[in-house]
Design a protein around this ligand. Structure first.
Ligand SMILES: *[C@@H]1O[C@H](CO)[C@@H](O)[C@H](O)[C@H]1NC(C)=O
Ligand SMILES: *[C@@H]1O[C@H](CO)[C@@H](O)[C@H](O)[C@H]1NC(C)=O
Ligand SMILES: *[C@@H]1O[C@H](CO)[C@@H](O)[C@H](O)[C@H]1NC(C)=O
Ligand SMILES: *[C@@H]1O[C@H](CO)[C@@H](O)[C@H](O)[C@H]1NC(C)=O
Ligand SMILES: *[C@@H]1O[C@H](CO)[C@@H](O)[C@H](O)[C@H]1NC(C)=O
Ligand SMILES: *[C@@H]1O[C@H](CO)[C@@H](O)[C@H](O)[C@H]1NC(C)=O
Ligand SMILES: *[C@@H]1O[C@H](CO)[C@@H](O)[C@H](O)[C@H]1NC(C)=O
Length: 472
């Protein structure tokens, strides 16, 4: 038995290796950046621009609340409950909270909770063979998202009507977005990249800007995609004061036909990115072998490459986080081209390190590397460079940047093994979660503290940019 298992394990590792090997190349990192010629600081950004660092226990808390309250969110209309919940928040905290976000990454909840089932409440189609507790990946994600969008609308309407006039705050939603590049334009990959953008971002942004789902989703999902009433379409249009954008990564996209007998949200887009879990015979086979560590294999991405290349260098050993700062600039341009000039805040952006165990015991050598996080400093500074260009050159209406995250925190199901913090959290017993600033925390503090340059009188030929010459 042991030999048998050993053989299967080796065989599978060879298979996994065969797939990952073809994706170990990536282009020169220079081509993924925005080439800021001068060092940036807070003063390079417009007056009033807000910087921050987010953190929360809510990623896990939010899932648990939803799991307890709405295990059947695909069938139960949750608008009334959500409206009641937000009303408590507005009435109790609205005198102090001036920027409200109705939902954080609803995509993550709908796709991972009801399509792959890899997160709470863990639902997916039986044919996926992923040991879900029930579900239908071809319909439930769409119903859940529909429900979430209408819940968002109910919250916004309540705030606008009863609270905004006197509390004078703003309300928005935070959507996670990625950038996509077609692999080979002559293979229909360009259309596939557009579809993927519609299925990922347009699924939410279409309804809250235009009151309808994107055309290519309607075309590919057909009757399984719910529809809005005329009244809902009216009310949904521009139903936010600002749009929160979470940006981390980018992928190459390959045009991929789907199997009409096996419908799911992931395959409906007929676009394969390396960020997707595999729903193919190969995956099923693998899962039978690895009856243990199921989750890890479920979310193991299909490493879709483009001519043996990933789009960019990954963060450490990450399968999904490709460091592609220029994608932020391209994404913001795409949003404006498709949905118009929207007031935006970058509500999350950051880099992760992996630790071997979630508690990271003191003898874990990765802790030291985690504290010397030059990669996180470079990640944030390179993205701020692109954001600076988006604002100054492209004229984007972005009023804030929030680094993810202030401290290491419970990242979804990965807990403390995936750390995004600017500050290290020591999770070992009896030390009260002591926090230690990483190198990136010191860098970010310095970036924010740096005084604006003294005002200089403009000479002919000077540009605003040339007046800021501090270096990082
Ligand atoms: C930055 O420079 C690299 C290398 O010269 C180039 O490939 C890339 O396109 C440049 N990025 C921008 C935004 O101009
Ligand atoms: C999705 O919603 C539609 C319309 O409300 C309903 O008819 C259908 O049964 C729902 N699907 C699932 C899987 O719950
Ligand atoms: C793109 O696809 C075409 C048609 O399938 C093929 O001939 C060509 O070699 C591909 N280009 C690259 C760079 O892979
Ligand atoms: C499948 O799910 C059941 C019930 O949640 C659980 O007891 C079992 O361990 C799971 N099997 C695998 C292989 O993960
Ligand atoms: C974490 O806490 C343990 C126990 O208090 C201590 O031995 C270790 O040095 C701490 N590690 C860091 C990086 O602070
Ligand atoms: C931190 O990492 C950089 C490379 O990223 C290395 O050059 C430097 O020596 C490291 N510093 C310490 C204190 O380990
Ligand atoms: C943790 O907190 C408790 C209670 O405040 C305190 O007695 C203890 O000394 C703290 N431990 C450490 C390692 O700081």
């Amino acid at each position: 038995m042991a030999t048998h298992l050993g053989f299967l394990l080796l065989f599978s590792l060879l298979l996994v290796n065969a797939y990952s090997q073809s994706c170990t190349n990536y282009p020169d990192t220079a081509s993924t950046k925005c080439n800021c010629t001068e060092g940036l600081s807070r003063s390079s950004f417009p007056p009033g621009f807000q910087f921050g660092a987010g953190s929360a226990a809510y990623q896990i808390g939010w899932q648990m609340v939803i799991m307890e309250m709405w295990p059947l969110m695909h069938t139960i209309d949750t608008r009334a409950e959500f409206e009641h919940y937000v009303d408590v928040c507005f009435s109790r905290f609205g005198d102090r909270v001036k920027n409200w976000i109705t939902l954080n990454e609803p995509w993550t909840f709908a796709a991972y909770g009801y399509d792959s089932g890899s997160m709470a409440p863990g639902r997916c189609s039986e044919w996926m063979d992923l040991n879900c507790t029930g579900g239908d990946s071809g319909t439930e994600p769409y119903n859940v998202t529909h429900n979430l969008i209408l819940s968002h609308l109910a919250a916004v309407r309540r705030y606008w009507r009863y609270y905004k006039p006197r509390q004078e705050g703003r309300i928005g939603i935070t959507l996670v977005a990625q950038w996509y590049e077609p692999c080979n334009v002559s293979n229909g990959d360009a259309e596939a990249a557009d579809r993927q953008m519609s299925f990922f971002l347009g699924w939410y942004l279409g309804p809250i800007v235009n009151g309808v789902y994107p055309d290519d989703m309607i075309e590919h999902v057909g009757e399984r995609l719910p529809t809005f009433t005329d009244e809902q379409t009216q009310e949904l249009q521009h139903s936010f004061d600002f749009l929160g954008v979470n940006y981390y990564t980018a992928f190459y996209v390959n045009n991929t036909p789907s199997d009409p007998t096996k419908l799911s949200y992931t395959t409906d887009s007929q676009a394969l990115t390396s960020g997707k879990f595999p729903i193919f015979p190969f995956a099923k086979f693998k899962l039978h072998i690895f009856s243990f560590h199921l989750t890890h294999f479920v979310i193991l991405p299909w490493l879709a490459c483009c001519n043996d290349q990933r789009i960019a260098q990954p963060a450490g050993s990450s399968t999904w986080l490709n460091v592609y700062p220029i994608g932020l600039k391209k994404l913001l341009l795409h949003i404006r081209d498709t949905y118009g000039d929207l007031p935006m805040i970058i509500t999350e952006n950051g880099n992760r390190n992996d630790l071997k165990t979630w508690a990271s015991l003191p003898d874990d050598s990765s802790v030291e590397a985690s504290l010397n996080d030059t990669d996180r400093r470079d990640y944030i500074s390179d993205h701020l460079c692109c954001l600076h260009q988006s604002i100054n050159e492209d004229g984007m209406d972005v009023s804030g940047y929030v680094a993810w995250s202030l401290t290491d925190n419970l990242e979804w199901c990965q807990g403390f093994t995936q750390r995004f913090g600017l500050n290290y959290v020591n999770v070992t017993e009896n030390n009260n979660f002591t926090r230690t600033p990483k190198l990136s925390a010191e860098w970010f503090t310095d970036f924010l503290r740096r005084e604006p340059e003294p005002s200089i009188s403009l000479k002919a030929g000077d540009t605003i940019d040339s007046l800021y010459s501090t270096s990082i």
